[in-house]
Write a protein that binds this ligand. Structure first.
Ligand code: ATP
Length: 221
């Protein structure tokens, strides 16, 4: 764990947001690998409530949370932060980061995003304010290269830091690229496999797949 002495601004708090509809090894392995690379004790998976810029999840919020809890059986250093699921109405990441920034004053906040999601940053509510509250850590994802809208690219280029340690000496505002082992899985891919009546073997923890089968999730309506 990074101690407070090596990080005068406090121990970093890392969050990995997503719809997790359903959670899979792409999320889990990348989050765990990033946690290890960043030298952190914990990494928080933060399921979205009502995503403002994504399709409404097929599984209910309690079901998405139940799948996450089951998944963590295999990943003891990952935890769930369910604050967005407890909010009514659309949940914006900028509000979540503001809240975390206030709650954990003095600790750098790391927001982890896959490259595909980072490429859509301009669609996020008040995206420029994200940098006021957090550093953004962009994870490599199979099939995605960095491709930002021009104003986002400018902002990101200016803030990109190649030294993770240096980034963590300040509380917010930087961007770090982290190469993680590629796991070519997506929730979309899993749902289409299930719709075809097949099992997405090895794409998610067994316990999550059992839950999906028992609850007849993602089947054609
Ligand atoms: P969908 O197929 O519906 O787009 P998804 O598999 O991308 O879903 P999300 O819950 O939307 O899952 O993703 C949450 C976060 O996890 C995003 O930042 C996304 O980029 C990242 N992510 C998901 N799968 C991978 C993967 N295989 N490798 C790296 N990052 C991933």
């Amino acid at each position: 764990m990074m101690s407070n002495s090596s990080h005068p601004v406090g121990e970093p708090l890392a969050i990995f947001g997503g719809t997790f509809d359903p959670v899979h090894y792409g999320h889990l392995r990348c989050a765990e690998e990033a946690r290890v690379q960043l030298g952190l004790e914990k990494m928080y998976l933060l399921p979205s409530g009502t995503p403002p810029h994504r399709n409404v999840p097929q599984a209910s919020t309690p079901q998405r949370l139940a799948m996450l809890r089951l998944a963590l059986g295999e990943f003891p250093n990952l935890e769930i932060d369910d604050r967005e699921t407890r909010r009514n109405g659309p949940s914006y990441m900028v509000d979540t980061l503001h809240e975390l920034h206030t709650e954990f004053r003095g600790r750098p906040i790391l927001l982890l995003l896959g490259q595909d999601v980072a490429n859509d940053l301009h669609t996020w509510h008040e995206w420029e304010r994200l940098f006021d509250f957090a550093h953004i850590v962009v994870l490599t994802r199979p099939g995605s290269v960095a491709e930002y809208r021009q104003d986002v690219a400018k902002k990101i280029d200016r803030r990109t830091c190649i030294d993770a340690q240096k980034l963590l000496d300040s509380q917010a505002g930087g961007v770090l690229y982290l190469a993680v082992t590629s796991v070519d899985v997506s929730a979309t891919m899993i749902k289409s496999i299930i719709r075809l009546g097949r099992a997405p073997a090895l794409m998610m923890p067994r316990a999550v797949w059992n839950y999906i089968s028992e609850n007849h999730l993602y089947l054609p309506v």
